[in-house]
Design a protein around this ligand. Sequence first.
Ligand code: IMP
Ligand code: MG
Length: 176
Amino acid sequence: MKEVNGKQFEIAIDAKTIDKIVSTMAVSISNDLKGTKPIFIIVLNGSFIFASDLIKQISIDCEVAFLKVTSYRGTQSIGEVTKVMELTEKIEGRTIVIIEDIVDGGNTIEYLYNTLKSHNPKDIKIATLFFKPQTYKKNIPIDYAGHNPGNDFIVGYGLDYDGLGRNSMEVYKLKQ
Ligand code: IMP
Ligand code: MG
């Protein structure tokens, strides 16, 4: 049990399990994208811990770039996405991999996909640690999805509740 911003959360996924999910994804990405020298686009703030653990285990040549968007307030998505930081690298003609912490309704990933597509990359892949396919409303394919947390609102390992709760090795879910 732990309290984040006045709400009670309980453990949902332990550190070892997350580790396994991340390692498996790193192997898949490394195999699939061999020879493409991908640029990993790390979407701040939520995916910084996941991206760090993932990229350490990527075994092919790659680069990283950062982008910051916001869309979420409290435990409900507000739908509208705002870019608050410009992309730090040139992606034209390159294979890019968008690194997200979680894809829920899909507004954020759709916005990111369309924004990045306008910079003419050669290929766009999406890698997210958590994916809620049951609430996903878009058609953009999610190439790498680590785990389905069900309908729970989760925090930890980079994910937040109103800015708090990112700092843990495990993931917690809102207590019903
Ligand atoms: P979407 O635009 O509805 O797909 O929401 C995606 C964004 O909302 C993610 O990048 C997260 O920042 C946030 N989000 C969605 N679900 C959760 C959750 O369960 N916990 C914490 N943040 C979430
Ligand atoms: Mg996010």
